[in-house]
Design a protein around this ligand. Sequence first.
Ligand code: FES
Length: 103
Amino acid sequence: MGQFVRICGKVDLPAEGHVTEIQTATVTLCLANVGSEISALNNVCPHRQGPLGQGMIEERHVIYPWHAWAFDVKTGAYAHQPQAVLKIYPVKVLGEDVLADLD
Ligand code: FES
């Protein structure tokens, strides 16, 4: 496991049932808030590189805005194409900061 680094403030987190995009020094993340739990996924869709963080939440999936591929926010798995798995980054909220392990 790597090191947790600050990726944004708590104030930048999406509301319950929403997603947002966060640009870090090395990667763009999609932050998803499902059941008041925050998940951090790679923002780039393996289909045609669409922006996951501009999608929407449906149950525990993020739905891509372009062609509606649905990825599990906890596992990154796309049910209809098992080889298409998004990288998930460990994330935690510490005080007013949001930290992620980007390794
Ligand atoms: S680019 Fe993501 S569903 Fe097509």
